[in-house]
Every structure is written in C-alpha cells, then in structure tokens.
Design a protein around this ligand. Structure first.
Ligand SMILES: [Ca+2]
Ligand SMILES: [Ca+2]
Length: 278
C-alpha cells in the first residue's frame, strides 16, 4: 500500500507474524465484567506485521517535522497530565476530573511538552510518544504506510504464543523477583516506589520482550487499537495498561484487559504501536 504524500509500506524492523487460531479474552475473576474481557473464545487471525515497540518521541517528531501535523492536544490547547509530575504552581492551577482527581487538565501540554510549558522530551527520545489521540495515531500510521492493529491482532501479538497466560510472559507478575513491565508499585495514587525502575514512561525497549519479540505490551503506555470498543460505543479500544496501573485500582496490565476512550482523547500515559499488512 502506498499513501499519497507518505512513505511506501515498509515492514523492515517489524515483527512478521503468520497468524493462526488462539484463545482470546479471559474468564479470570479478576477481570472487569463491564469491559467484556470474556468469554474466552477461539479466534483466527491472518498474517500481519507489528512493531516490536511503541512509537517513540523520535519517530513521531519525524512525522511532525515532515508534515507540520498538529495533534488534538495542540488543537484543544490542553491534555491530561498525571498530577504528581507537575510543579506545584501548575498543579494548583489545573482543573481535575472529579472521578479521577490524579489527572490535571494542563494548558499547553502536548507530546513535545508532556508536563506542560517548560517540560520537554530531550531526555526521552526513545520513550513512547504520549498525549496522542486515536486520530493522531491514525494520521501517523497513514503517513508511515502503516495502520493501527486490530484488537484481535494486538492480543494475538501480545500473548507471544502463550495460551491463556495472565501476562505476556506467563502467569507470575515478577517471576524470580524480576520486573517484566513498567507499572505502579506502592499506594496509588500517592506513592510510587518505582521498584521496576521507572515512575513515568520507560524507554520502549526496557525489560525483556515476549515470545514474539514485542516489548512493553503490558504497562508503560496504553496502546490504541483500530476497533470500536463495542457495537454501541463511541470509544476506540486501548490495550495493555500503563505506568499508572496497580493491582489495587486498575490491574489492566493483564494481557486480556481492555478499555476505551473517545477518538480525540489524549493523556500522558496513552500512545500506540503500528501494524501493517503483508
Ligand atoms: Ca513503574
Ligand atoms: Ca503498553
């Protein structure tokens, strides 16, 4: 596929998967019934390619430099930043949603200034780009000759060849005491011990990859998928959880977990990875 004004499709650097039949979803009692993680069902997925990593700040900068693209966060003039990351002045001045008061709606925050005016990604070029809406992610993909993965593709790739494991690497969160993903440790949302090494985003190649060579499907940043959340939903699917996920509040770093957001929404823990047809 070639895209007008964009690059020709190029799957170099991507993980090529043959596809097959796998058991999708979970009946795990720790799942969220309202999220429709179950029932477990056999699903067949065709061959496709998928990025081993989430799209980085460096890759997104190439797109913006080439096209002048402005993200939804820039158009709206604000996006959601985790309150603890903000200096006190900005924290006090930014409105918070009543249901999720650990977020602040920060004026002037966007992917290149992820904590608002004065912040930068200069030390985070290899971290996942954040504050990216579904529409922004789709625009990047169109430019790059790629596309968002379907939810089925995402879960097939994230499972890494394991059948019904809880995480992309197995059933234990920290096998042998080793951290395998970037989530929250401590008491959410007041104290993050960051014993996994990171209190915000981590480089996209942190930790060991899963059996298919994909990094950080669980944790680090949520990843947009192509699909609507369900037939009646106005939200697009997000998978994998983020550095803010914790067992006590949001254990959606389980590989079957899912949630959604409206296509123009963005936040400091939401990014994407690309897929492509073969
Ligand atoms: Ca962490
Ligand atoms: Ca992820």
């Amino acid at each position: 596929m070639s895209v007008p004004g964009g690059k020709a499709a190029d799957t170099s650097g991507m993980v090529v998967l043959r596809g097959g039949t796998f058991r999708m979803g979970t009946d795990d009692p720790d799942g969220f019934p309202d999220d429709h993680e179950g029932p477990v069902r056999e699903v067949t997925v065709g061959p496709f390619a998928v990025d081993p990593y989430a799209v980085t700040n460096a890759r997104f900068a190439e797109f913006v430099d080439a096209t002048g693209y402005a993200t939804d966060a820039e158009s709206f003039g604000w996006t959601y930043v985790f309150a603890r990351f903000l200096p006190g002045s900005l924290r006090g001045a930014s409105p918070r949603p009543r249901q999720t008061p650990w977020w602040c709606g920060v004026s002037g925050a966007y992917w290149r200034a992820p904590e608002g005016p004065g912040s930068a990604v200069d030390d985070r070029w290899d971290h996942p780009v954040v504050h990216i809406s579904w529409r922004d992610a789709s625009a990047y993909c169109a430019w790059a000759g790629r596309r968002l993965p379907t939810e089925t593709e995402w879960e097939y790739a994230a499972r890494g060849g394991l059948d019904q494991a809880r995480y992309p690497w197995g059933d234990e969160l920290t096998p042998g005491g080793r951290h395998r993903c970037n989530i929250w440790q401590g008491r959410f949302p007041v104290r993050d011990d960051a014993s996994d090494g990171y209190s915000g985003t981590a480089p996209v190649d942190a930790y060991e990859p899963n059996g298919f060579g994909l990094y950080n499907v669980s944790g680090n940043v949520w990843e947009w998928c192509a699909d609507w959340f369900d037939a009646r939903s106005e939200g697009r699917v997000m998978r994998g959880g983020s550095y803010l996920c914790h067992d006590s509040y949001c254990n959606r770093y389980r590989v079957a977990a899912r949630t959604s957001n409206s296509p123009d929404s963005s936040s400091g823990n939401l990014g994407f990875r690309c897929a492509a047809d073969l």
